[in-house]
Design a protein around this ligand. Structure first.
Ligand code: UDP
Ligand code: MG
Length: 322
């Protein structure tokens, strides 16, 4: 019989005590089904990455691990954010599995399609992207902003899979390739397509969060969206340069116009023009400096080469330790 594939589910958790019991129940049932059906190896595991939660999340993970049924855990020393938690999980599991699937703790992404992910992997794809087929359950605001954002990113020259978030399968060698990307400002859904192994997509319908609150309030989401652009594209800088050039051309035209006006004796009361240009140029300059500063901030962080995370406790199987 053919060797079965070891699948690790990597699940970042930040204050997820409300969803973990249900999530663990559902995932256990699903994984046992897949193991019994011979889809994946019985060595497959669920790995929770506790991203510095302040609630009971880690205690729950420890108790699930103690029951020693599929569940493993990694506890980060403090909150490092969703993307870093994912990275921590992937880099830890990559030596123990053939493939890893990342998914959010709230199971908004349908685990019914896990078998399809594995099928695509077996068909020779190193990366399988989970893509939302519809956003019926999202609010109109969320749908419009999210879809607009994906379009904006591709206009910025960022290669991104439309309507794909962080529900994806990666083969071991794809994860190894990902680990070579040393940047501190992580925007995984923009980096993974850069790896370039054979890839494929699986479509699913995204559900509502069944318990607990979103860990991405609007402010965090906007910061994440802005990070995505400035981590991956330098088009905003080019845009500013173009704008500056156009403004210069326009001011030249005005200058000629005013000079002619002065020569023919048609004097212009200059005050309004002056004040308006001071404000317009001042504003634009500030904007330009702000955007350039954003990149300098990133360069600053990259040069520090800070570690991405620091593992506090590692709860693993004997198999993983050995
Ligand atoms: N998350 C995390 N660290 C954070 C914020 C979020 O690990 O600092 C995890 C969270 O536990 C969840 C996933 O990231 O598993 C996505 O968060 P959420 O479901 O709240 O985001 P939404 O679906 O509302 O975009
Ligand atoms: Mg969610």
């Amino acid at each position: 019989m053919r060797e079965k594939n070891i699948l690790y589910m990597v699940i970042p958790c930040y204050n997820e005590e409300e969803v973990l019991p249900e999530t663990t129940k559902r995932l256990r049932v699903k994984l046992h089904q897949m193991i019994d059906g011979g889809v994946i190896s019985e060595l497959s595991r669920i790995v929770y990455v506790d991203d510095g939660s302040k609630d009971d999340t880690w205690n729950l993970i420890m108790s699930y691990h103690a029951e020693n049924d599929l569940v493993c855990g990694i506890k980060l020393s403090r909150n490092r954010g969703h993307q870093n938690a994912l990275w921590a999980g992937l880099s830890t599991v990559k030596d123990h599995c053939d493939m890893a699937i990342s998914i959010d703790a709230d199971l908004q992404d349908d685990i019914g399609v896990l078998d399809q992910f594995v099928l695509e992997y077996e068909a020779g794809h190193d990366v399988v992207y989970g893509v939302r087929s519809a956003r019926k359950k999202d609010t109109v605001f969320k749908r419009l902003t999210a879809e607009g954002y994906y379009k904006l990113l591709s206009h910025m020259g960022v290669e991104i899979v439309y309507n794909h978030a962080d529900y994806r399968l990666m083969s071991r060698r794809a994860i190894e390739a990902l680990m070579e990307y040393k940047e501190v400002n992580l925007f995984l859904r923009g980096i993974v397509p850069m790896i370039g192994f054979p890839s494929s997509t699986v479509y699913y319908e995204r559900d509502k969060r069944f318990a607990g609150k979103s860990k991405y309030p609007l402010k965090k989401m906007l910061a994440f969206a802005f990070d995505g652009i400035t981590s991956l594209s330098i088009k905003p800088i080019r845009f500013i340069t173009t704008l500056g050039f156009l403004l210069f051309v326009v001011s030249m035209i005005f200058m000629v116009y005013f000079l002619i006006g002065a020569f023919v004796g048609h004097t212009v009361p200059g005050w309004s023009t002056l004040v308006i240009s001071i404000w317009a140029l001042g504003g634009l300059q500030l904007l330009a400096i702000g955007i350039i500063g954003e990149y300098i901030g990133k360069i600053y962080l990259e040069t520090k080469g800070r570690p991405r995370f620091c593992v506090d406790v590692l709860l693993l199987d004997d198999k993983m330790n050995g």
